[in-house]
Design a protein. Sequence first.
Length: 111
Amino acid sequence: MNSDKVEGKLDQIAGKIKQTVGEAVGNNRLANSGVADQVKGTAKETWGDVKDAAGGSHDNSRTSASVQREDLANHTEDTAHNVRENITASARHVRDGVEEQLERIQREHNR
């Protein structure tokens, strides 16, 4: 596990704690900051995954004559694309969760 993956996990944990505390005390700014930290952590962890995958692919290309540089470049580009898609999907998922929580809070507040 590389440092990006570890830091990403820690950012996600810290963000979840900030979000929970912010929601518990009614501090939207703190809760939103926690969500942002979680997204940042997810991105950092995913980048670590990409680095691991690219490194592993590179090592394999040295030992296998059938793997060409172009194949490696295409694989890396595909992996990077998939990572970007996963990051944006995760960010949208987090945003949707935050919006749902805000709506719930607003409904409870209006009672």
